[in-house]
Design a protein around this ligand. Sequence first.
Ligand code: NCD
Length: 318
Amino acid sequence: MNDFISVRDLSAKEIVCLLDMANRFREDEYKISTQLFAANLFFEPSTRTKISFIVAEKKLGIEPLDFHAETSSMKKGESLYDTAKTFEAIGANVLVVRHEADDWDKELADKLSIPIINAGAGKKDHPTQSLLDADTIYQEFGRFSGLKIVIAGDIKHSRVARSNAEMLSKLGAQVYFSGAPEFMDESLGYPVLSFDEAVENCDVLMLLRIQHERHNEFVGATLDYHENFGLTIEREKRMKKHAIILHPGPVNRGIEIDSSLVECNRSKIFKQMENGVYVRMAVLTKQLLNWGIIDENKIEKCNSLEQRQYIRKVRTVN
Ligand code: NCD
């Protein structure tokens, strides 16, 4: 059975299906009518992702289990594998994991009888973030094809850049990178635009934070960053009328973006956070269905037949 680890494993059809499902959750209320527990194992700091998983679980009626890496037995030397096995034994029905290692999933792959959802893997993957970004873009434009999407910032150390470039290309958008030369990664194979060119021509400008925690040495580009590679008030004025600003958060105001632009009309940054809850509800539900932990009869809308037929349709896509 497949875990939810990387955009690489998803077809465009499956992505659209998850977006469609997220939309259902946005429009109506659904509950899973059996007792389920979710373990949210976060070994890196998180505000948005962790809390939106917890809200998604609670909205579905899944009980989140309390876990804090700092006060867990991992401090006594327990491995990620033994921690995960422990949660499985105690009764968790799904694991949500964030870890600083790019390939933490390899330690758990095919060894558990419950699904694992990736909430961030090193600088490699962040599939639920790219899903919520795609959701936000679709809400604004109603399409992906023909859209010029620029991902700007510390591409080299960003899992958000990697997952988004792959997902948005799969959905038909034209993806570009932009930013300081030290932060580009040619091996990823996406075209690079100068920041001014990017700002003036894009439909979507996705700004990223400098990933200081992943730098081993001082990077010169971090000096005068806002003037050289940040969205200043002056640059924002040169954006196309309909263009939108995205940022996965946390935002460093005054560095990658002027503080006054974080909540401007074209910024969808807080909309992204809201959408994160619905896409995570979709991913949790899809994994529980795929693994046979629930069936469609356990998902109760507070309307029934139509929803059961819908869930059956979702399953046949796999
Ligand atoms: C991002 C992350 O952790 O990868 N944030 C998030 O999940 N919303 C981006 C970042 O930390 O810069």
